[in-house]
Ligand binder design. Structure first.
Ligand code: PEP
Ligand code: MG
Length: 584
């Protein structure tokens, strides 16, 4: 039979992380297993139970082997995730339910696994418990692993599952940040997610790891096959299966432009200046050593947002003072005198699982005990972090930033703890600065934005976190792709709040920055400049484009549209004003 060429197929998605890569598809979707639904003859029951036990034991062995093999900094991220899987596998109720289905229901082992998975997920959903909801993905992953083991024998499945990631593009539903970190280390090239949102923490991590990623590509489920050649264009928002020679020449062109970019001499760290002479200060959101180096090469003036969560997500127990100090010392040395803004821990009940943090399951974790609320409820954890930060303040200029602030009293309470820690360090003879470094608040809660005047009296600076502010102003979960039309940081309500906070900060003479994802969206930058924002913190790779926009802007001209911006009642009006502003 003549061989037919596989047909080119293009699927579009949301651009979660930029870059262009070519790789083989690695499907990790629930339906990739063949399930035999036919009733099991009674005579085969014992044999089927033995098959199931062998598959469970195999999956357990794979997890143990994998845990032993993982090493390196990023691999730590995967460990809590693997531990949870091991616990699920060992759950006696899971096995009892499967045995029941096989014995009484006459299910085959694979069909029993799928039925049990669906039953438990249904149960989790009905309980409306966020902890259990968060376990849904883990359960599906574990069942998939056992199903893998039941499928016809393939030598060393773990090898196939993980090592084969080298050069592959993962096509999956909604990856966890821990999974991404570990897979990136193993040579994964990119990610196509059928669900999720560009504002999720997984998407933010993919951008940090330079892992091109699309999300919301619902049709990928069914359109791509394991092993298909795929060109993933994170810049253009497309995944092209069976790319043509023309597609590949586009990739080569992109690679050449990247090579030319990396040959460029590092940009000196100085403010970007508008055409009418206003200085705009560009900083980087960065945590990993590679990102800090990249930030410096891109001309960042320093780190404008260092999310300390990574330190906690990497391990199952709380990091101690010395461990935190060691990480911060590395940062301050890499910054070589440039300033850093360190954010205290921002974890909610949904993300704290496996970190060793004590958190009660909550029905609405986004509205629960997270950020500074957690810090004040567990001051002993906050104080460890503050002591490490104060010690690091002897190594270079730093500021302490508090997440999820609602009231000025929260900042005042943290300041008291910081004072006490500083006195303690002095009394112990541990190197610490003579005075407290600046302490500021994230403006992520609408009440904090509307109460900016009072908040500024307690704070030395403010940073607007548009990722969360958007979700709280519009009551739209930032992780839910289905709400992407609603979740919109350029919504007029957001712009009015930013304008208000910007005004208050200017009057108080205290610094204000924007560090949500919108800060690195160069197409939205004229809006922020028009609203008086002069300090921005973004992904390092976004700095050159932001600098170019700033240098082409004229603040006086931008200022003229402010009254119209603030009167705008729709996103369409905002876009029209943006187009007007971008005309030469
Ligand atoms: C934000 O909410 O805009 C922010 C910068 O914080 P994070 O994305 O870490 O929640
Ligand atoms: Mg936030």
């Amino acid at each position: 039979m003549p061989q037919t060429l596989a047909r080119r197929r293009v699927l579009e998605g949301q651009r979660a992380a930029p870059g262009m890569v070519l790789g083989r598809v690695r499907l990790q979707l629930a339906q990739r297993h063949h399930v035999d639904d036919s009733p099991l003859p009674a005579s085969e029951t014992e044999q089927e139970l033995a098959r199931l036990d062998a598959a469970l034991a195999h999956a357990r062995g794979e997890l143990t082997e994998l845990r032993q093999r993982l090493h390196g900094e990023l691999a730590h991220e995967a460990k809590p995730f693997l531990d949870t899987h091991a616990l699920i596998l060992d759950d006696p109720e899971l096995r009892a339910g499967l045995i029941d289905l096989i014995r009484k229901g006459r299910y085959r082992a694979d069909a029993a696994l799928v039925a049990q998975r669906d039953r438990l997920i249904e149960l989790f959903r009905r309980m409306d418990d966020p902890y259990l909801r968060a376990r849904e993905d883990d359960l599906s992953h574990v069942i998939a692993r056992v199903l893998d083991a039941l499928q016809p024998v393939v030598a060393n499945r773990e090898e196939r599952r993980m090592a084969a990631r080298l050069g592959e593009i993962l096509v999956t539903e909604n990856p966890s940040p821990a999974e991404l970190a570990s897979l990136a280390e193993r040579g994964l090239r990119g990610v196509v997610a059928t669900a999720g949102s560009i504002y999720s923490h997984a998407a933010i991590l993919a951008r940090s790891l330079h892992l091109p990623m699309l999300c919301g590509v619902a049709e990928a489920d069914g359109a791509f096959m394991d092993g298909d050649l795929l060109l993933l264009d994170g810049d253009g928002g497309a995944a092209i299966a069976h790319p043509t020679a023309r597609d590949l020449s586009m990739l080569r062109q992109w690679q050449r432009s990247q090579a030319a970019r990396s040959r460029r001499t590092p940009v000196p760290a100085k403010p970007a200046r508008t055409r009418d002479g206003e200085d705009v200060f560009l900083y980087a959101n960065a945590e990993l050593p590679g990102e800090i180096a990249e930030a410096r090469a891109m001309g960042a003036l320093g780190v404008g947002l260092y999310r300390t969560e990574l330190l906690y997500l990497r391990q199952k127990s709380l990091p101690g003072e010395d461990e935190q100090y060691a990480a911060l010392r590395e940062l301050m040395i890499a910054l070589d005198g440039a300033p850093a803004t360190l954010r205290t821990l921002d974890l909610g009940a949904d993300k704290a699982i496996g970190t060793g943090l004590e958190m009660q399951p909550e029905a609405n974790p986004a509205l629960g005990v997270r950020g500074v609320r957690h810090a004040l409820r567990y001051p002993e954890i906050l104080r460890v972090q503050l002591r490490a930060m104060l010690r690091a303040a002897t190594l270079g200029p730093l500021r302490i930033l508090l997440p999820m602030v609602t009231l000025p009293e929260e900042v005042a309470a943290v300041r008291e703890h910081a004072h006490a820690c500083l006195q303690q360090l002095h009394a112990e003879g541990v190197a610490a600065p003579p005075e407290l470094p600046p302490i500021g608040a994230m403006v992520e809660v609408p009440a904090a934005a509307l109460g900016a005047r009072a908040l500024l009296r307690e704070c030395d600076f403010l940073a607007i976190g548009t990722n969360d502010l958007t979700q709280y102003v519009l009551a739209a979960d930032r992780n839910l792709g289905a709400l992407d039309g609603l979740y919109d940081p350029r919504h007029p309500a957001l712009l009015r709040l930013i304008a208000f906070v910007s005004n208050m900060a200017r009057r108080s003479g205290k610094p204000l920055s924007v560090c949500g994802e919108i800060a690195g969206d160069s197409s939205a930058l004229p809006l922020l400049l028009a609203l008086g924002i002069r300090e921005l913190s973004m992904l390092p790779a976004r700095i050159p484009a932001a600098r170019a926009v700033v240098e082409a802007s004229d603040c006086a001209r931008l200022h003229i549209v402010v009254p119209r911006l603030l009167r705008a009642s729709s996103r369409a009006e905002i876009e029209a004003l943006l187009c007007m502003l971008q005309q030469p």
